[in-house]
Design a binder for this molecule. Structure first.
Ligand code: NI
Length: 176
């Protein structure tokens, strides 16, 4: 069991999910502590990505880990502050996405197949990541969160409203 304190995950229709997160001035111990807590929150959920808005914080921080975390497989966390997409492929990829803030809803989302992201790492050093496949979808999905964008925004209005309605119903039941 971990001793790291976790956050509560914010779900729709909380307005914080629609706000734009602000850049951090640097990655200091407070940000690293936030990253650790976000990672643990994501592992507990469980999920493969989590952005600051989803834990009610409005700074540009996200965490991801696509390793399967089976017994014996090492965790492979990726921490990003101030992530920025600096290149994207013309080629498009369609993949099923879900979101911890929109519980139990999945839908196919179209995105650039490959992206390059510039960011500050856990130690505050400038870094770049070129991502394709699931990691590409994940990092674009999480950066969207920092801009108040949800994956359902890429769907038709009909489908979006249907998924949000179902998710909100599930969230209400969990509170009761
Ligand atoms: Ni999400």
């Amino acid at each position: 069991m971990s001793e790291i304190k976790t956050y509560e995950i914010i779900t729709v229709p909380d307005p914080v999910l629609r706000q734009t997160a602000q850049a951090v001035s640097r990655v200091d111990d407070a940000i690293r502590k936030q990253m650790d807590r976000m990672l643990q929150t994501m592992y507990d959920a469980p999920g493969i990505g989590l952005a600051a808005n989803q834990v009610n914080l409005l700074n540009r921080v996200l965490v991801m880990d696509l390793s399967r975390r089976e017994e014996g497989s090492a965790a492979a966390p990726i921490f990003m502050a101030n992530p920025e997409i600096i290149w994207e492929s013309e080629e498009i990829s369609v993949m099923e996405e879900g979101c911890l803030s929109i519980p139990k809803q999945l839908a196919d989302v179209e995105r650039p197949a490959e992206v390059r992201v510039k960011y500050l790492d856990y130690h505050g050093k400038e870094a770049e990541l070129t991502a394709e496949g699931l990691l590409s979808h994940c990092v674009q999905h999480e950066i969207d969160h920092l801009n108040g964008v949800l994956f359902v925004d890429y769907l038709s209005r009909l489908k979006r409203n249907m998924l949000l309605k179902k998710a909100e119903k599930i969230c209400k039941q969990q509170v009761l």
